[in-house]
Structure formats: C-alpha cells, structure tokens
Design a protein around this ligand. Structure first.
Ligand code: SAM
Length: 286
C-alpha cells in the first residue's frame, strides 16, 4: 500500500464498486470491483457493509460519498462527449485506480495516457495485468510527479500528440499539489491543441484556510496539519476562470452541490447530500 498522496487512490474506486449494488448507480462500472480488489466485491454486496462504508465516509466529510460519485460521472460524461466529437487522445492526470479508460467502451478507440506517481503506476499496472493479462493496448501508463517532474516531456516521450485535440481528466488531484505543481501542470496543458477539453476538480480555499469548515473541521485539521500537509492547494470559485485564462483555457462551467443534485441525483431519485468542499470544472482550450 502506498502512503501519503499516493495512498489516496483506493477510496474512490471502492466507493464506485460499492455503488454498483444500488438499483440506479450514479456511475455504472463493471470494472471497479475487480480494480478495487477481490475482497471489495464480496464485502460491498452486503447492505450493512455498504451502509457502514457510507457512514465512515460521511463522518469524515458530509456529502463526500455522493460528491465523489457525481464528479466521476461528470468526468465520464465529459469524456463521452469529447469522444463523440472525434477526440482520439485522452490524458488522465493522477489516475490512481480510476476506471474511466476501461468502463467507457468507446475509450478503446482513443489512446489514453494514465499519469500518476510511480508507486501508483506500478499498482495500476499490476491490477491491469490481473484484470486483462496485460495493460490494454489503448492505454499507456506514465509515471510522473507533477510537483517535481516535467509532465510535458513525459507525455511526449510516451507518444502523446500535443497537436491533436485531447480530453484531460484531472480529478481529486490538485489539492495534493503545491501551487507550483498546479501551475506547471497547467503550463503543460497550455500547449494542448485548440478545442481540447479539461475536466478537473479543486478544493475550496476557504475550507483549507479554515474560514468555513463546511461541517468537516476534523478532516480539515487532518488534511492540513503539519509541515507537509496532505492537502496544500485550494481555489475560490471566482479564481478558477482567471487562473485557467493565464494558460489559454476558458472556463465553460463549474459545478457544486446544487448543480450535481439537479443533474444527477434528482433524476436518479437519490436523496443524498453533496459536499461543498470539492468543485468540478469543465474548460476548453481556446
Ligand atoms: C484521491 S486520488 C484520485 C485518483 C483518481 N483521480 C480518482 O478520482 O479516482 C489522488 C491521486 O493523485 C495522485 N497524486 C497526488 N499527488 C501527485 C503528484 N505530485 N504527482 C502525480 N500524481 C499525484 C495520487 O497518487 C492519487 O492517485
């Protein structure tokens, strides 16, 4: 098991796996169980275990459970729309054990670069070998530390074509980076072809600085404590557009609890809270 930021890849895929037992899953994913590990399928089939998992997650940050599912569904919708529009290059930044490249069948027609810290790239390779015998041909795994290494050089060496429209997913990663790491990543994305799309999430700066704990003061202390806190970078919603514009990207829309409830929860008749702490953004390369 990886530690620190690299140790955060398991939670989301376990939540998606557990969601598959629901009558109307917010994210449909027949790979998550196997990606999450054999015990997860057995355990999350039991409703009491699922309820316990939800309780533990919600005790940490109220609305985290549905927030993770909604942001994953949003990235998936963004990927499907991009592929339908002819995009053939996909980059998943901080992919962890995410299954976007495997649960969306059309993704196999594109080339997907999954980027993460070396420890998690090794774990992903091992899981993919267990699932498929080998890393599927449409996927290239790229080990990079966004804070200290050159993402653009690593993607180019892996074969990514920057002159081709690309869909980029960057889910639940920015909070783990330094501001310099976020800016270096955006500078690389600034070289993407016009018409490229980016779906990313960020944590609210007013949560990180303690102005508003959003009902999760204990989690805030845990994530932000010490000389090397786990969560380091946050934004205010109004800062997103100007930051993206510095790197040639235009904010198309930004979603929080109200938008996710209207778009995904209400139509699925799911009455769940969504956390205010993390927001999702769709942007387009101008
Ligand atoms: C909370 S997980 C999210 C994983 C995946 N995006 C998802 O939504 O399921 C955060 C991911 O960011 C990666 N990460 C954190 N800091 C990183 C860094 N400096 N460079 C590359 N990846 C990093 C972690 O290894 C981990 O896989």
């Amino acid at each position: 098991m990886a530690s620190g930021a690299a140790g955060t890849a398991d939670g989301p895929v376990v939540i998606v796996a557990a969601e598959q037992a629901e009558a109307r899953p917010l994210v449909r994913d027949d790979v998550a169980y196997r990606m999450a590990g054999p015990a997860v399928r057995v355990l999350t089939r039991w409703a009491p275990v699922r309820r316990w998992l939800v309780r533990m997650t919600e005790r940490q940050i109220p609305g985290l459970w549905a927030g993770i599912l909604c942001r994953k569904r949003y990235a998936e919708d963004g990927l499907r729309a991009a592929l339908a529009g002819g995009v053939t290059e996909v980059v998943v930044l901080g992919a962890g054990l995410d299954t976007l490249a495997y649960r969306v069948p059309e993704a196999a027609k594109a080339h997907v670069y999954e980027v993460d810290l070396p420890a998690n790239i090794d774990r992903k390779r091992a899981r993919l070998r267990r699932l498929y015998g080998e890393v599927p041909g449409h996927v290239t795994l790229v080990p990079v530390d966004f804070d200290t290494e050159d993402l653009g050089a690593a993607l180019a060496a892996a074969g990514h074509k920057t002159d081709t429209r690309t869909f980029v997913a960057w889910e639940a990663v920015t909070q783990y980076l330094t501001e310099a790491g976020v800016r270096a990543t955006l500078a690389t994305l600034g070289r993407a072809a016009p018409g490229s799309r980016l779906v990313f999430t960020y944590v609210r700066a007013d949560f990180l600085d303690g102005t508003d704990p959003y009902g999760a003061a204990t989690a805030r202390r845990r994530f932000t404590k010490g000389a090397h806190p786990l969560w380091r970078f946050g934004l205010r919603p109004a800062e997103v557009g100007p930051l993206l514009a510095e790197y040639g990207w235009r904010e198309v829309e930004q979603l929080g609890p109200a938008e996710f409830t209207d778009r995904y929860l209400r139509p699925a008749h799911r009455d769940l809270p969504v956390s205010e702490i993390e927001r999702s953004v769709l942007a387009e390369r101008a």
